[in-house]
Design a protein around this ligand. Structure first.
Ligand code: SAM
Length: 284
């Protein structure tokens, strides 16, 4: 009898994944964590019944999450990752030689088990001497720190449970005070086709804090419902409208290897389909 992992993140929609070997299934003191084998996606991590990352398609999500803001900024020295306990965003960030990374995740168990059971996702990032690992609530961390970063990546779960605070006006405001001049914050902002409220809420909240607010998109096969939106906010509107040649030069100079990201995809990812534009502009 084949066991099935049944994700019901969005009412009326289920994602069923065949479950092979189960490597871990426990409630940490914060979240219900499961890591299991699937014939199509490889090892899969879920938190509170929602797919977080899979070995086979994480590269799409983590490359777009990190290389878009870093190459748009052009001179990143310090990256702050809030959440991201699977280490995928950190692995992409470490591809830049002179970057240091601070990662703040609330759940140490996620980090430890990602390293143990899904090492390809973090790829040694947690052991890199440039990593400053903090186990804490990201909301509290940004409120209390006086440090600054050039890019902040909010690689959170969805807005329920411990992740809920990472979608608030208060958190975004505190993130702004942790950004260096011309810095960029990017967020995991859900799948607009089934999570339009999440998109509009972030858009409205960011809009009261930053000069330039938008989204860019990529389709992650294991995130059901269509393309995912990454939130984008900065006080430097030029960074979203860079020439392709500038992005291509920076990509070349960075000497990083990618399997999804290209400068052309970077530029195109900010072109939002009309149904997404409508979510952002319709009368509330
Ligand atoms: N790619 C996934 C997605 O799109 O939902 C996110 C992956 S990552 C595993 C999500 C991380 O957010 C988890 O490791 C979880 O522990 C962390 N997290 C949740 N709430 C948090 C909080 N308040 N502060 C810091 N980390 C938090």
């Amino acid at each position: 009898m084949i066991e099935v992992f049944d994700e019901n993140l969005h009412s009326g929609v289920n994602l069923a994944l065949e479950v092979g070997e189960i490597y871990y299934r426990e409630k940490t003191d914060l979240q219900d964590l499961m890591i299991f084998e699937n014939p199509r996606f490889g090892r899969v991590m879920s938190l509170d019944g929602a797919v977080q990352t899979t070995e086979k398609d994480e590269f799409i999500y983590h490359e777009m999450f990190v290389h878009v803001p870093v190459l748009a900024h052009g001179n990143v020295k310090r990256i702050l990752i809030i959440g991201g306990g699977d280490g995928g965003a950190a692995r992409q960030a470490m591809k830049y030689k002179n970057v240091d990374v601070t990662l703040v995740d609330i759940d140490r168990t996620v980090i430890d088990l990602s390293i143990k059971y899904m090492p390809s996702v973090s790829g040694g990032a947690f052991e890199d001497p440039r990593m400053n690992l903090v186990v804490a609530d990201g909301c509290k961390f940004v409120k209390e720190t006086d440090e600054k970063w050039d890019v902040i990546v909010v690689d959170s779960t969805d807005p329920h449970g411990p992740g809920e605070v990472l979608f608030t006006q208060e958190f975004y405001t505190d993130c702004k005070s942790c950004l260096s001049d011309g810095g960029i914050i990017v967020t995991q902002n859900g799948v607009p086709f089934v999570q339009s409220d999440e998109l509009r809420n972030s858009y409205d909240r960011f809009g009261t804090i930053f000069e330039d607010v938008s989204f860019y998109m990529a389709t992650i096969p294991s995130y059901v419902g269509g393309p995912l939106a990454f939130g984008w906010a900065t006080d430097n509107p030029r960074l979203r409208k860079l020439d392709l040649g500038v992005l291509a030069d920076r990509y070349l100079a960075a000497e990083i290897k990618t399997d999804y990201y290209t400068p052309e995809i970077h530029q195109a990812s900010f072109v939002l389909p009309l149904y997404v534009q409508k979510v952002l502009t319709e009368e509330k």
